[in-house]
Design a protein around this ligand. Sequence first.
Ligand code: FAD
Length: 298
Amino acid sequence: MKTAELFGNKTVFSLEIFPPSPDSDESVIYNTLDKLTDIRPDFISVTYGAGGGRNGSNTIRIASDIISKYNTTSVAHLPCIDLTKAEAVQILDSMKEHGIENILALRGDIPDHAEVRGDFTHADELVTFIRENYDFNIIGACYPEVHPESKNAIDDLIHLKYKVDCGVDHLITQLFLDNRHFYDFREKTQLAGINVPIEAGIMPVTNKKQIERMVKLCGVELPMKLVRMLERYDGDPVALRDAGIAYAADQITDLLAEGVDGIHLYTMNDPYIAHRIYDAVKNIISCPKCCNELKISV
Ligand code: FAD
C-alpha cells in the first residue's frame, strides 16, 4: 500500500527500525519485527546506511520481508549523496522487484572525510528522478528546528516547499523534544503552501548519552524539563527508561489533541519501549480524527 492512502480520517501511527550491522546475528531483527508488528502499525520504515556502511541490501530485504512475511506496509529509506544515477537505477529497480512501494527520499549526511562523488546534491533531485522514472510513493524528511546546515528557517522552508513540489507525497519530521517547535513549523508550512501530511517523529529518551549525541548531531533543543529528568534518573536505568516512556507518551498525547497527521516512532529496535508507548496512547490514536478537532463555540 502507498502511504499517501493511509491519511484522511485517521491518525497514522508508524515505526522506524534500522537494519542489523553486517557482522551481527540476522535473526535478531526478525525477533524485533515479530514483536513490533503486534502493534499493527500503519507502516514500518527501514533506514539505509544511517550511522554506518552504505550497503542497502539489508534495507531492501527487510523492507520486502515486512510486506511479504508480516503483511505490513513498509518504507525503504534511500540517501542519494554518494549515488550515481546508474547506481540509483539499480537500487530502485531492486526495490521495485522486491515489491516495495514507498521510498523515503533523502540526501543523507555529507561524509566527513570522504569525497562526495554522486550525481545528486540535494534530496529534491532524487525526488524528481524517482517521479520521472518510477511509480513509487515518495516521502521526504523535514526539520521543525531547521536543518543544521541551513542559513535560516526561511531558506530551509523554501527548499522544503520546492522538494515537496517535485513530488513528495508526505513528510516525516526529525525528532523534536518540545512540541512547540512542531506547532510553529506546521504553521509555517501551511503559510508556505505545503499541503502534504506531516508525521511527527518521536524519539523516546531512555539513555542520557544517546540523547546528548542526537541533540548535538541534529541541533534540537533539550527542554529544561527533560534536562532535570536526565539528571535525576541518570543512575537508575529503569527509572530513566520509564520516565522517557512517560515523556514520549505525553508528547504524543498533546500532538494528537492538536490534530497531528501521524506519529512516527523512532523505535531504536526496542519493541518493549515501543509497546509501552503504544499501550499508553492507543485508545487516543484510534479515536477518529474528527473527534480530535477542537470545537470552539462562540
Ligand atoms: P535535503 O532536503 O537535501 O536538505 C539538506 C539541506 O540542504 C537543508 O539545509 C536544506 O535546506 C538544503 N537544501 C535542500 N535543497 C536545496 C537546494 N535545492 N539548494 C540549496 N540547498 C538546499 N540519513 C541516512 O543516511 N539514512 C537514513 O535512513 C536516514 N533516515 C532519516 C529519516 C528521517 C525521518 C530524517 C528526518 C532524517 C533521516 N536521515 C537519514 C538523515 C538525513 O539524511 C540528513 O538529515 C541529511 O543531512 C539531510 O537529508 P534531507 O533529505 O533532509 O536533505
